[in-house]
Design a protein around this ligand. Structure first.
Ligand SMILES: Oc1ccc(-c2ccc(-c3cc(Nc4ccc(CNC5CC5)cc4)n[nH]3)cc2)c(O)c1
Length: 308
């Protein structure tokens, strides 16, 4: 850490803290994650090794770059690309939502980044505005894989709980631990709606309350597997599924959204993960017209070439 000047804390997580630092010789900025515990703690060491293995397998224009890993005074440090803004700060600056075309550009890059992760059998599991960074040129960079996991074997189960409640898919909220990459697609839908309105679409103050928001907006019923998981979850013992008195559908909730946006959101918000659109299908959805795809891909190529 001697070659860096620590400037501020930019993120606090369960297992570590992320600092904005300046390289003393070059003046360049970086984001450095310092793992909290000494790496002599076997549990932390295992978590850190899994995170580093995932990060080293990723190389994509829309995912922050890991430059270096080093160990000092029994602590592990990860040196990352520093990006000036987050989508959270963009939302704070645009309380009624961002320009629809800017949203489309952000969504196209987010889905491209997640499609890349999924093609490498990696689930991010914590997609939320503070984990989406935006460069001055409008390039989106996905960050913080502290909760990422490689897809479990076919019948694999995940034990730890994840993601930030408002962006959590119903299978996570009911406690079904046989979930897959579809949880990221649900979060993508949440991000899209929030970017367009400036407000979180399912702002629950608990997992149960988030489920209530979902059922009141999407209507219908959870999948049988999700209902069974809820009813057998000891956390919800004695509690009935929140059956909404009134459903305010997506069409009613977002009256001024074009039909292709509503259709895009419905593709992300299918209760049954197997019915949810994949990232590949979302990129082909007519939310992204052929004209948009052609012109934006050209724009991105020029932006990415400027990076080098
Ligand atoms: O497994 C991991 C762990 C950590 C990261 C990670 C990598 C990079 C960053 C990062 C953040 C960042 N920029 C940034 C982050 C937060 C803010 C918000 N203002 C802060 C509060 C003062 C502003 C800018 N640039 N790069 C953050 C996290 C990662 O990508 C993977």
């Amino acid at each position: 850490m001697d070659k860096y000047e620590t400037l501020e804390i930019i993120g606090e997580g369960t297992y570590g803290t992320v600092y904005k630092v300046r390289h003393k010789e070059t003046g360049a900025y970086y984001a450095i994650k310092k793992f909290k515990e000494s790496d002599e703690n076997q549990a932390i060491r295992k978590i850190a090794m899994r995170e580093i293995r995932i990060l080293k397998s990723l190389s994509h224009h829309n995912i922050v770059t890991l430059y270096e890993v080093f160990r000092r005074n029994k602590h592990l440090y990860l040196v990352f690309e520093y990006v000036e803004h987050t989508i959270l700060s963009e939302l704070e600056a645009h309380q009624n939502g961002l320009n629809p075309n800017q949203v489309k550009k952000i969504m196209y890059q987010l889905i491209s980044a997640i499609k890349y992760c999924h093609s490498h059998n990696i689930i991010h599991r914590d997609i939320k505005p503070e984990n989406l960074l935006l460069t001055q040129n409008g390039v989106l960079k996905l960050c913080d894989f502290g909760f990422a996991r490689t897809l479990a074997t076919l019948n694999g189960k995940y034990t730890d709980y994840v993601s930030t409640r408002w962006y959590r898919a119903p299978e996570l909220l009911v406690g079904d631990n046989e979930y897959g990459k579809e949880v990221d697609v649900w979060s993508i839908g949440c991000i899209c709606a929030e970017l367009l309105t400036g407000l979180p679409i399912f702002p629950g103050d608990s997992d149960f309350d988030t489920l209530r928001h979902i059922l009141s907006t999407i209507g219908g019923n959870l999948s049988d597997k999700q209902s069974n998981a809820f009813n057998s979850n000891p956390i919800y013992e004695g509690v009935k599924l929140p059956l909404p008195k009134k459903v305010i559908s997506l069409e009613s909730k977002f009256k001024d959204f074009p039909s292709n946006v509503i259709s895009f959101l419905k593709g992300c918000f299918m209760y049954d993960p197997k019915s949810r659109k994949s990232c590949e299908e979302l990129l082909k959805h007519d939310y992204f017209s052929n004209t948009f795809r052609a012109s934006f891909e050209q724009e991105l190529m020029e932006l990415f070439n400027d990076d080098y």
